[in-house]
Ligand binder design. Structure first.
Ligand code: NAD
Length: 246
Protein backbone atom coordinates (compact mmCIF):
# COMPACT_ATOMS: atom_id res chain seq x y z
CA UNK A 1 0.00 0.00 0.00
CA UNK A 2 1.29 3.44 -0.97
CA UNK A 3 1.96 5.75 1.98
CA UNK A 4 1.91 9.56 1.82
CA UNK A 5 3.56 10.25 5.18
CA UNK A 6 4.51 13.91 5.44
CA UNK A 7 3.52 14.68 1.84
CA UNK A 8 1.55 17.87 1.35
CA UNK A 9 -1.34 17.04 -0.98
CA UNK A 10 -3.62 19.72 -2.42
CA UNK A 11 -6.94 18.10 -3.32
CA UNK A 12 -9.68 20.13 -5.03
CA UNK A 13 -13.37 19.27 -4.99
CA UNK A 14 -12.76 17.52 -1.68
CA UNK A 15 -16.21 18.02 -0.13
CA UNK A 16 -18.09 15.38 -2.10
CA UNK A 17 -17.87 12.36 -4.38
CA UNK A 18 -14.47 11.17 -5.56
CA UNK A 19 -12.71 14.05 -3.80
CA UNK A 20 -14.15 13.13 -0.43
CA UNK A 21 -13.35 9.42 -0.87
CA UNK A 22 -9.78 10.34 -1.85
CA UNK A 23 -9.43 12.68 1.14
CA UNK A 24 -10.45 9.88 3.52
CA UNK A 25 -8.03 7.42 1.92
CA UNK A 26 -5.06 9.82 1.84
CA UNK A 27 -5.68 10.87 5.45
CA UNK A 28 -5.45 7.17 6.43
CA UNK A 29 -2.20 6.98 4.49
CA UNK A 30 -0.53 9.83 6.33
CA UNK A 31 -0.91 12.79 3.94
CA UNK A 32 -0.98 16.43 5.07
CA UNK A 33 -4.14 17.45 3.25
CA UNK A 34 -5.14 20.84 1.86
CA UNK A 35 -8.82 20.18 1.15
CA UNK A 36 -10.23 22.74 -1.27
CA UNK A 37 -13.88 23.27 -2.15
CA UNK A 38 -16.53 25.87 -2.87
CA UNK A 39 -18.80 24.15 -0.30
CA UNK A 40 -17.26 25.85 2.68
CA UNK A 41 -19.18 24.20 5.52
CA UNK A 42 -18.92 20.70 4.07
CA UNK A 43 -15.20 20.87 3.49
CA UNK A 44 -14.64 22.31 6.97
CA UNK A 45 -16.69 19.48 8.50
CA UNK A 46 -14.65 16.94 6.54
CA UNK A 47 -11.34 18.45 7.68
CA UNK A 48 -12.56 18.35 11.29
CA UNK A 49 -13.61 14.70 10.92
CA UNK A 50 -10.26 13.75 9.42
CA UNK A 51 -8.35 15.71 12.08
CA UNK A 52 -4.57 15.39 12.13
CA UNK A 53 -2.96 17.31 9.30
CA UNK A 54 -6.08 17.98 7.23
CA UNK A 55 -7.12 21.57 6.71
CA UNK A 56 -10.04 23.05 4.77
CA UNK A 57 -9.62 25.87 2.27
CA UNK A 58 -12.53 27.68 0.62
CA UNK A 59 -12.17 28.77 -3.00
CA UNK A 60 -14.21 29.29 -6.14
CA UNK A 61 -11.68 27.78 -8.53
CA UNK A 62 -13.22 29.61 -11.50
CA UNK A 63 -11.31 32.71 -10.39
CA UNK A 64 -7.56 32.85 -11.08
CA UNK A 65 -7.11 35.50 -8.35
CA UNK A 66 -8.72 33.09 -5.84
CA UNK A 67 -6.41 30.30 -7.02
CA UNK A 68 -3.29 32.39 -6.44
CA UNK A 69 -4.48 33.51 -3.01
CA UNK A 70 -5.38 29.91 -2.15
CA UNK A 71 -1.95 28.55 -3.03
CA UNK A 72 -0.36 31.35 -0.97
CA UNK A 73 -2.46 30.34 2.05
CA UNK A 74 -1.63 26.66 1.60
CA UNK A 75 2.11 27.33 1.38
CA UNK A 76 1.93 29.60 4.42
CA UNK A 77 0.24 26.81 6.38
CA UNK A 78 2.07 23.69 5.13
CA UNK A 79 5.38 25.18 3.92
CA UNK A 80 5.11 23.74 0.40
CA UNK A 81 3.23 21.40 -1.95
CA UNK A 82 4.28 17.89 -3.03
CA UNK A 83 1.17 16.67 -4.84
CA UNK A 84 -1.67 18.48 -6.62
CA UNK A 85 -4.85 16.58 -7.43
CA UNK A 86 -7.05 18.71 -9.69
CA UNK A 87 -10.40 17.02 -9.17
CA UNK A 88 -13.14 19.70 -8.86
CA UNK A 89 -15.60 19.92 -11.74
CA UNK A 90 -19.23 20.55 -12.59
CA UNK A 91 -21.38 18.91 -15.24
CA UNK A 92 -24.73 20.62 -15.88
CA UNK A 93 -26.79 18.95 -18.59
CA UNK A 94 -27.24 21.52 -21.38
CA UNK A 95 -28.24 20.55 -24.91
CA UNK A 96 -25.75 21.81 -27.51
CA UNK A 97 -28.20 24.24 -29.13
CA UNK A 98 -29.25 25.70 -25.78
CA UNK A 99 -25.68 26.29 -24.61
CA UNK A 100 -24.86 29.94 -23.98
CA UNK A 101 -21.61 31.88 -23.91
CA UNK A 102 -22.05 32.14 -20.14
CA UNK A 103 -22.34 28.34 -19.84
CA UNK A 104 -19.16 27.98 -21.91
CA UNK A 105 -17.23 30.53 -19.78
CA UNK A 106 -18.34 29.05 -16.47
CA UNK A 107 -17.66 25.41 -17.39
CA UNK A 108 -14.32 26.14 -19.02
CA UNK A 109 -13.35 28.18 -15.95
CA UNK A 110 -14.38 25.72 -13.25
CA UNK A 111 -13.24 22.55 -15.00
CA UNK A 112 -10.27 23.45 -17.18
CA UNK A 113 -8.91 26.93 -16.46
CA UNK A 114 -8.77 26.09 -12.74
CA UNK A 115 -6.56 23.06 -13.41
CA UNK A 116 -4.23 25.03 -15.69
CA UNK A 117 -3.71 27.93 -13.27
CA UNK A 118 -3.43 25.70 -10.22
CA UNK A 119 -0.61 23.86 -11.99
CA UNK A 120 0.99 27.21 -12.83
CA UNK A 121 0.74 28.35 -9.20
CA UNK A 122 2.22 25.18 -7.65
CA UNK A 123 5.02 24.39 -10.11
CA UNK A 124 7.49 27.02 -8.81
CA UNK A 125 6.85 25.71 -5.28
CA UNK A 126 7.38 22.10 -6.34
CA UNK A 127 10.54 23.09 -8.23
CA UNK A 128 11.98 24.58 -5.03
CA UNK A 129 11.39 21.24 -3.27
CA UNK A 130 13.05 19.30 -6.09
CA UNK A 131 9.91 18.04 -7.80
CA UNK A 132 6.30 17.03 -7.41
CA UNK A 133 3.35 15.19 -8.86
CA UNK A 134 0.25 16.57 -10.54
CA UNK A 135 -2.84 14.54 -11.37
CA UNK A 136 -5.58 16.12 -13.46
CA UNK A 137 -8.93 14.35 -13.27
CA UNK A 138 -10.60 14.10 -16.65
CA UNK A 139 -13.46 12.02 -18.05
CA UNK A 140 -13.72 9.49 -20.83
CA UNK A 141 -16.18 11.96 -22.41
CA UNK A 142 -13.16 14.16 -23.09
CA UNK A 143 -11.91 11.43 -25.40
CA UNK A 144 -15.02 10.08 -27.13
CA UNK A 145 -17.71 12.67 -26.36
CA UNK A 146 -20.46 12.90 -23.76
CA UNK A 147 -23.58 10.75 -23.97
CA UNK A 148 -26.16 13.11 -22.46
CA UNK A 149 -26.16 16.86 -23.15
CA UNK A 150 -22.71 17.66 -21.86
CA UNK A 151 -20.84 18.90 -24.90
CA UNK A 152 -19.09 21.80 -23.14
CA UNK A 153 -18.16 19.50 -20.24
CA UNK A 154 -16.58 16.99 -22.62
CA UNK A 155 -14.70 19.87 -24.28
CA UNK A 156 -13.29 20.96 -20.93
CA UNK A 157 -12.03 17.43 -20.27
CA UNK A 158 -10.50 17.07 -23.73
CA UNK A 159 -8.72 20.40 -23.27
CA UNK A 160 -7.21 19.16 -20.01
CA UNK A 161 -5.73 16.09 -21.73
CA UNK A 162 -4.07 18.29 -24.36
CA UNK A 163 -2.62 20.95 -22.05
CA UNK A 164 -1.49 18.36 -19.50
CA UNK A 165 0.79 16.79 -22.11
CA UNK A 166 2.25 20.18 -23.05
CA UNK A 167 2.83 21.21 -19.43
CA UNK A 168 4.31 17.76 -18.69
CA UNK A 169 7.01 18.43 -21.27
CA UNK A 170 7.78 21.91 -19.93
CA UNK A 171 8.18 20.90 -16.27
CA UNK A 172 9.77 17.47 -16.53
CA UNK A 173 13.29 18.89 -16.10
CA UNK A 174 12.17 20.25 -12.70
CA UNK A 175 11.27 16.75 -11.51
CA UNK A 176 7.54 17.43 -11.84
CA UNK A 177 5.30 14.85 -13.49
CA UNK A 178 1.81 15.56 -14.84
CA UNK A 179 -0.66 12.79 -15.60
CA UNK A 180 -4.40 12.58 -16.24
CA UNK A 181 -6.76 10.27 -14.37
CA UNK A 182 -9.97 9.14 -16.03
CA UNK A 183 -12.43 7.64 -13.52
CA UNK A 184 -15.31 5.37 -14.42
CA UNK A 185 -18.90 6.52 -14.03
CA UNK A 186 -19.73 6.85 -10.33
CA UNK A 187 -23.08 7.56 -8.67
CA UNK A 188 -22.02 10.96 -7.34
CA UNK A 189 -23.78 14.33 -7.60
CA UNK A 190 -22.25 14.70 -11.05
CA UNK A 191 -24.63 12.15 -12.57
CA UNK A 192 -27.73 12.63 -10.43
CA UNK A 193 -28.94 15.05 -13.11
CA UNK A 194 -29.32 12.08 -15.48
CA UNK A 195 -32.64 10.25 -15.55
CA UNK A 196 -32.76 6.59 -14.47
CA UNK A 197 -33.10 5.66 -18.15
CA UNK A 198 -30.02 7.66 -19.12
CA UNK A 199 -28.05 6.12 -16.26
CA UNK A 200 -29.05 2.66 -17.45
CA UNK A 201 -27.93 3.55 -21.01
CA UNK A 202 -24.55 4.59 -19.63
CA UNK A 203 -24.25 1.41 -17.57
CA UNK A 204 -24.95 -0.72 -20.64
CA UNK A 205 -21.98 0.88 -22.42
CA UNK A 206 -19.57 -0.37 -19.75
CA UNK A 207 -18.05 -3.77 -20.62
CA UNK A 208 -17.53 -4.56 -16.92
CA UNK A 209 -21.30 -4.07 -16.53
CA UNK A 210 -21.47 -1.78 -13.50
CA UNK A 211 -20.69 1.71 -12.25
CA UNK A 212 -17.51 2.35 -10.32
CA UNK A 213 -17.54 3.35 -6.66
CA UNK A 214 -15.84 6.53 -5.51
CA UNK A 215 -13.91 4.46 -2.97
CA UNK A 216 -12.37 2.09 -5.55
CA UNK A 217 -11.53 5.04 -7.83
CA UNK A 218 -9.83 6.76 -4.88
CA UNK A 219 -7.48 3.77 -4.53
CA UNK A 220 -6.47 4.08 -8.19
CA UNK A 221 -6.17 7.86 -7.98
CA UNK A 222 -3.91 7.52 -4.93
CA UNK A 223 -1.65 5.20 -6.93
CA UNK A 224 -1.32 7.68 -9.82
CA UNK A 225 -0.59 10.45 -7.28
CA UNK A 226 2.07 8.39 -5.50
CA UNK A 227 5.81 7.99 -5.94
CA UNK A 228 5.17 4.35 -6.86
CA UNK A 229 3.71 5.50 -10.18
CA UNK A 230 7.14 6.76 -11.12
CA UNK A 231 8.09 6.17 -14.73
CA UNK A 232 5.37 8.07 -16.55
CA UNK A 233 4.38 11.63 -17.41
CA UNK A 234 1.90 13.16 -19.85
CA UNK A 235 -0.13 9.94 -19.70
CA UNK A 236 -3.83 9.32 -19.20
CA UNK A 237 -4.78 6.49 -16.83
CA UNK A 238 -8.16 4.98 -17.68
CA UNK A 239 -10.17 3.24 -14.92
CA UNK A 240 -13.39 3.14 -16.89
CA UNK A 241 -14.48 -0.47 -16.87
CA UNK A 242 -13.28 -1.15 -20.41
CA UNK A 243 -15.30 1.60 -22.11
CA UNK A 244 -12.20 2.73 -23.97
CA UNK A 245 -9.60 0.10 -24.82
CA UNK A 246 -6.24 1.36 -26.04
N1 NAD B 1 -19.10 10.90 -11.37
C1 NAD B 1 -18.71 10.42 -12.52
O1 NAD B 1 -19.36 9.52 -13.08
C2 NAD B 1 -17.46 10.92 -13.20
C3 NAD B 1 -17.07 10.32 -14.41
C4 NAD B 1 -15.94 10.76 -15.06
C5 NAD B 1 -15.19 11.79 -14.49
N2 NAD B 1 -15.58 12.36 -13.31
C6 NAD B 1 -14.74 13.44 -12.78
O2 NAD B 1 -14.37 13.12 -11.45
C7 NAD B 1 -14.17 14.34 -10.72
C8 NAD B 1 -14.96 14.30 -9.42
O3 NAD B 1 -16.34 14.27 -9.75
P1 NAD B 1 -17.44 13.73 -8.74
O4 NAD B 1 -18.21 12.71 -9.45
O5 NAD B 1 -16.82 13.41 -7.43
O6 NAD B 1 -18.36 15.05 -8.63
P2 NAD B 1 -19.08 15.72 -7.37
O7 NAD B 1 -20.06 16.67 -7.94
O8 NAD B 1 -19.54 14.69 -6.41
O9 NAD B 1 -17.88 16.54 -6.66
C9 NAD B 1 -17.30 17.67 -7.26
C10 NAD B 1 -16.74 18.58 -6.15
O10 NAD B 1 -16.19 19.76 -6.78
C11 NAD B 1 -16.62 20.90 -6.03
N3 NAD B 1 -16.65 22.10 -6.88
C12 NAD B 1 -17.52 22.35 -7.91
N4 NAD B 1 -17.29 23.58 -8.40
C13 NAD B 1 -16.26 24.12 -7.69
C14 NAD B 1 -15.58 25.37 -7.74
N5 NAD B 1 -15.93 26.34 -8.60
N6 NAD B 1 -14.57 25.59 -6.86
C15 NAD B 1 -14.23 24.64 -5.96
N7 NAD B 1 -14.84 23.44 -5.87
C16 NAD B 1 -15.85 23.18 -6.72
C17 NAD B 1 -18.02 20.51 -5.55
O11 NAD B 1 -18.45 21.32 -4.46
C18 NAD B 1 -17.83 19.04 -5.16
O12 NAD B 1 -17.38 18.89 -3.82
C19 NAD B 1 -14.57 15.47 -11.66
O13 NAD B 1 -13.42 16.02 -12.28
C20 NAD B 1 -15.43 14.78 -12.70
O14 NAD B 1 -15.44 15.45 -13.94
C21 NAD B 1 -16.68 11.95 -12.66
Amino acid sequence: MTRFDGKVVVLTGAARGLGQATARLLADRGACLALVDIRREEVETLATQLGGSARAFYADLAQVADIRALVGEIVEHFGGVDVLINNAAVCPRIPFEASTERDWERLMSVNAKSQFFLMQAVCPIMRERGGGRIVNVISASGQFGAVANASIYSGTKGAIVAFSKSVAREVVADGIVVNCFSPGTMRTDLITNLSDEQQEQVRQMIPLGRFATAEEMAVNLAFVASDECAFTTGATFDFIGGVLMR
